[in-house]
Unconditional design. Structure first.
Length: 314
């Protein structure tokens, strides 16, 4: 399978696992009368919606550019992450409301043993699936899969928390452990919602690449500065899992079209070695005045260009 097919397959696995866990937790929570287990069912339900959206966005982002999306569909992954963050936050509000009501009414949590088994099973399944999602997200730099993996990692801890709460109820008989752990689960969910929304918004707002990646581009250019006069107006952003980079390259006045084309092809290839999956646009412009380098084109070693910016300037 190709990279896109691998991403879709992993996203599909998340849909299947969340469908099973959501239905199982919901039935168990209703039968047990446990707001903690029901909150986990709601958490998994939101993760199911997020997994479905992640699968769709991963599939959509793999489509080639068309007449309506000339720059491709990479931002579908960022948009998916933003919507997921909003949904997760709504789920947390519902959990807080339901858990708060439990402090003012008498209730009894039933079938504690069954609940413990389901929570333990949930933690194990989510751990295995989240590891696969994290691995694929790192390999493909997919924000949608990263968000989905983060959700499931949070589920591992919240499921473990509900498991501990059920054990404490079994041992002590104190029923208020149930709504207390539900509020703890809600706090984890709110944190996850904030983090996912922040990460996804960065892509939608065309945030520049991290400093270390910008420095990698500059390092490549500076290693080859003997082949041109200078580069400037360097811009770089990330759209989905794709990097988009553009810059201006100043070359000697008498450089031929073929020589300029070959130079750009070489530089783009070197940058892609450092940052795979990059779309690079280089605008070539001639030196504004005949500098020393223009006169001595073809000689080895970097030469100063008096007519433009210093080498490496942005």
């Amino acid at each position: 399978m190709g990279i896109a097919e691998d991403k879709i397959a992993v996203a599909r696995l998340s849909v299947y696992s969340n469908t099973f866990l959501t239905s199982t937790k919901l039935v168990a929570g209703i039968l047990m009368g446990s707001v903690g287990v029901i909150s986990e069912a709601l958490h998994s339900g939101i993760d199911l919606v997020a997994a479905i959206m992640a699968r769709y966005s991963v599939k959509k982002s793999a489509e080639p550019p068309d007449k309506d999306h000339r720059y491709g569909h990479g931002k579908f992954e960022n948009l998916s992450g933003m919507i997921e963050g909003v949904l997760i936050f709504i789920a947390a509000i519902v959990i807080v409301y339901e858990a708060s009501l439990k402090f003012f009414v008498d209730f009894q949590v039933e079938l504690l043993g069954a609940g413990m088994v389901i929570m333990a099973l949930s933690a194990i399944i989510n751990y295995v699936v989240s590891r696969r999602l994290h691995k694929m997200a790192r390999e493909t730099e997919s924000p949608a899969l990263e968000a989905d993996a983060y959700h499931l990692s949070t589920d591992v801890w919240t499921s473990a928390g509900v498991f501990i709460a059920l054990v404490l109820i079994q041992v002590t008989g104190w029923q208020l452990f149930d709504p207390i752990i539900a509020l703890v689960v809600a706090s984890f969910i709110i944190y996850a919602a904030f983090d996912v929304t922040k990460r996804s918004a960065q892509g939608l707002l065309d945030l520049s690449l991290p400093d270390e990646e910008i420095k990698a581009i500059e390092r490549v250019m500076n290693e080859h500065h003997a082949e041109f006069l200078n580069f400037h107006r360097l811009r770089a952003r990330k759209t989905g899992s794709e990097r988009q980079i553009d810059l201006h390259l100043t070359v000697p006045l008498n450089l031929s079209v073929k020589e300029g084309h070959d130079l750009v092809e070489h530089l783009e290839g070197e940058i892609r070695k450092e940052l795979p999956g990059s779309i690079i646009v280089v605008h070539i412009e001639p030196c504004k005045e005949e500098c020393e380098r223009c006169k001595l084109q073809g000689q080895a070693g970097p030469l100063k260009c008096n007519g433009n910016q210093r080498p490496g300037a942005r």
